[in-house]
Design a protein around this ligand. Structure first.
Ligand SMILES: NC(=O)c1ccc[n+]([C@@H]2O[C@H](COP(=O)([O-])OP(=O)(O)OC[C@H]3O[C@@H](n4cnc5c(N)ncnc54)[C@H](OP(=O)(O)O)[C@@H]3O)[C@@H](O)[C@H]2O)c1
Length: 330
């Protein structure tokens, strides 16, 4: 497939599936070859909307489609594991929406399967491939701000309560942490790695999922990360990386920034700007293409072991939240 377009299959036909499809259709060396849905009618409607050649009435049929190079899994979080497993079993590469799975053990099992089959797999943590977010990694790795001492990042939205919506429903993997906390954690990881200590406090929604969550991570280097995710109010969606010789202020939203200011000790602050292509998802599609063409089974920018590590921290935070919820019950 070195010179031929990457042929995508879209699995699930909800909100983000549509947005990602629109972005893939912008790319000249990619095509959306097929879509799969739980129902044939929904698949056909989606295919008609985007001019997609094949519509499958089951996820299994999409996984078995030999005319697809990589399947984008865009179902609610607890429904990522099974379709991703089906695709990998069929030898199909996968780009799986965030969070990759709801349990670290499931992520480990998918990673093992992908490695055993020699098939590409990656979490769709799309923000990592944004040019400015990549630049932050590079600046920090090059020592532009010295040693990192703190990361602050927040991602809270004012979401209307609806017990049946995937954001609030426990059965659909609801809660701030799984939906938005994975962004602030994933932003922090390339800068500080895995934490030595995890503290958190969270308040529950009426459905029992976490609605407003603060996380404090500690590192062996002495660095800290202060992270917030929530469903009960719009926060700035800002991020700052503090170092011993400077600071990077990322303009909101930090997951799709158009600018950032690099403050280096003894120098004038430098503001770096960059446009955002489409809805911001073309970069991850291009990363998948780069990896597939190079015969890679993982992306160096979003390795599977990091996905698993982050989910372990998600589980630790969830454990702390559950313990608090239990101890505050009458
Ligand atoms: N990267 C981003 O910026 C971003 C943004 C939003 C969401 N996401 C992620 O993408 C995933 C999907 O989110 P979304 O907002 O697109 O969800 P959504 O609009 O509810 O769509 C989810 C789709 O999954 C399929 N599905 C399979 N089992 C389902 C079930 N039991 N209940 C409901 N739908 C089911 C349905 O497609 P069929 O009926 O066709 O099978 C449905 O249309 C989530 O994991 C979320 O974290 C990422």
């Amino acid at each position: 497939m070195v010179d031929s377009p990457v042929r995508w299959g879209i699995l699930g036909t909800g909100g983000i599936a549509a947005v990602f499809t629109e972005d893939v259709l912008r790319l000249p060396d990619h095509e959306v070859a097929a879509v799969g849905s739980r129902s044939a009618g929904t698949a056909e409607d989606f295919a008609a909307r985007y001019g997609i050649g094949r519509a499958h009435g089951s996820y299994g049929d999409l996984a078995a489609d030999e005319g697809v190079d990589v399947v984008y899994v865009a179902t609610p979080h607890p429904m990522h594991y099974e379709p991703a497993r089906l695709c990998l079993e069929a030898g199909r590469a996968v780009l799986v929406e965030k969070p990759f799975t709801t349990r670290a053990a499931d992520a480990e099992s998918l990673a093992a399967l992908a490695r055993e089959r020699g098939v590409f797999a990656m979490e769709a943590m799309w923000t990592r491939f944004n040019p400015l977010v990549r630049r932050i990694r590079d600046l920090v790795a090059d020592g532009a701000i010295g040693d990192v001492t703190a990361v602050y990042a927040d991602f809270s939205i004012a979401a209307e309560f609806d017990e049946g919506h995937r954001l609030w429903s426990a059965d659909l993997g609801g809660g701030a942490l799984l939906d938005l906390g994975c962004y602030v954690l994933s932003f922090t990881w390339p800068l500080l790695g895995a934490p030595a200590s995890v503290q958190a406090t969270a308040s529950p929604a009426p459905t029992g999922v976490d609605a407003n969550t603060g996380i404090l991570l500690g590192y062996d280097s002495g660095a800290v990360a202060l992270l917030h995710c929530g469903l009960r109010g719009d926060s700035p969606h800002a991020a700052t990386v503090v170092g011993t010789r400077g600071r990077i202020d990322v303009a909101p939203p930090f997951y799709r920034p158009a600018s950032m200011t690099v403050v280096r000790a003894g120098r004038d602050p430098e503001t770096v700007t960059a446009g955002v292509d489409g809805h911001g998802y073309t970069y991850q599609a291009q990363e998948v293409a780069r990896c597939l063409r190079a015969g890679r089974t993982e992306s160096p920018l979003m390795p599977l072991d990091e996905t698993v590590e982050i989910l372990r921290t998600v589980e630790e935070v969830t454990g702390l939240f559950r313990a608090q919820s239990t101890s505050t019950q009458p």
